[in-house]
Write a protein of this length. Structure first.
Length: 391
């Protein structure tokens, strides 16, 4: 009799487990110290209803050993892929680097939770795992967002798409990259006007921490809070996420005017010394401008297209390098030098002018670079147009 009861109980548990829905959560990892960790990370966690084993579905994997990886990165045609692995295994790398991890358990109806788990299991298969990566619109966090929205029958997007905090792709990128000077400079110089449009909360979810904030405010199909519970899986032991801070252009203007004044005063008696400063400046402008031109004309990095900084970091500056060398050798740099010098200064002046015509050229937040570089270009044009000889 006891054996029969145990058998019946076992069959009942087996049947119940067959219809039990998995538990769904979103793990959000805080920013790290390596450059590709600066924006944080996240993953969808699926917990088995019977064993409690948790699987992390992580969309952030790439293979640096794949064919032409660097070329694909430069062209903006990278491939990332989804990996399913035990949650504890996924957490190991964050534990070692001191990055905090929080888990948000979601209140999803059983059918939605099961559909999400089934979809992720299929997508994680090697033949389905790869996806075309875009830094802003198709990254690890937007994949999490889109998977949740699909499982919820498209009810998450309407809750986020009509709202905005005024953040932009540029403001978020510069903020999170700010601990690494070269990184935030690259974003600020390299992003064009498309990155300065105010984002909705839906678009803002390309940042994992922003997605976590929005999930806390979202509702499920029954109108209840989507986030059922939160837990800290790992404490954050390194520098915290950079806070929002206002950007001011006037310190850049003061720096630009100070350099321009020094160049103007020095050009009267020491044009060779000014040429020694101008030579690396023009080389830097030419190299940076060439890179910006490549991103616009020959890559899929849409956020870098139509970049107004091309007017300030002008590829034409490469034609000024021989003239600077001539001045250093006490020679006349020639007519071409003076003509290009004036053209570069006029292009820089036009960069200031387009700030007042956003309806025609698109608005780009580059006031800081205009304030810094325009006075320098004008000062160099004045010095060498007035006195091109070494003296």
């Amino acid at each position: 009799m006891l054996r029969r009861l145990l058998l019946i109980a076992a069959l009942w548990l087996l049947a119940a487990s067959a219809f039990a829905a998995p538990r769904v959560g979103v793990a959000t990892m805080q920013p790290g110290e390596v450059f590709f960790e600066r924006f944080g990370h996240n993953a969808i966690v699926i917990a088995d209803p019977v064993t409690g084993a948790a699987t992390s579905y992580n969309f952030g994997y790439f293979d640096p050993g794949e064919s032409d990886f660097v070329g694909n990165f430069a062209r903006g045609v990278m491939q990332y892929y989804l990996v399913a692995l035990p949650l504890e295994q996924d957490l190991a790398q964050y534990r070692e680097s001191g990055r905090g991890v929080r888990l948000q358990w979601l209140d999803l109806p059983p059918e939605q939770a099961q559909a999400l788990a089934d979809n992720l299991a299929v997508r994680a298969r090697p033949e389905n795992a790869r996806y075309r990566y875009d830094y802003f619109t198709a990254n690890c966090s937007t994949q999490v967002r889109d998977a949740l929205d699909a499982a919820m029958g498209g009810t998450l997007k309407p809750q986020l798409a009509g709202r905005s905090r005024g953040n932009t792709y540029r403001s978020e990128s510069v903020r999170l990259a700010s601990p690494a000077t070269w990184m935030w400079l690259g974003f600020d110089i390299g992003l064009g006007p498309s990155s300065d449009l105010p984002m909705s909360r839906w678009e803002e979810a390309f940042i994992p921490m922003r997605l976590a904030d929005s999930l806390r405010e979202a509702k499920n199909a029954a109108g209840r809070p989507l986030v059922q519970a939160e837990a800290e899986l790992l404490p954050h032991a390194i520098a915290p996420e950079p806070a929002e801070a206002p950007r001011r252009w006037w310190p850049w203007l003061l720096s630009g005017l100070a350099v321009a004044l020094a160049l103007t005063l020095g050009g009267r008696r020491h044009p060779r010394a000014v040429a020694a400063v101008a030579l690396p400046f023009w080389l830097l402008c030419a190299i940076a401008g060439g890179l910006l031109a490549y991103l616009w004309g020959f890559s899929e990095h849409w956020a870098a297209w139509r970049n107004h900084n091309l007017l300030l970091l002008n590829p034409l500056c490469v034609l000024l390098v021989p003239g600077a060398i001539a001045v250093l050798r006490r020679r006349n740099p020639g007519r071409l030098f003076r003509g290009v010098l004036v053209a570069v200064a006029l292009f820089a002046l036009f960069a200031w002018f387009v700030q007042w015509l956003p309806f025609a050229f698109g608005y780009q937040y580059n006031q800081s670079w205009v304030a810094l570089l325009l006075p320098i270009h004008l000062a160099l044009a004045y010095v060498f147009k007035r006195s091109p000889h070494a003296g």
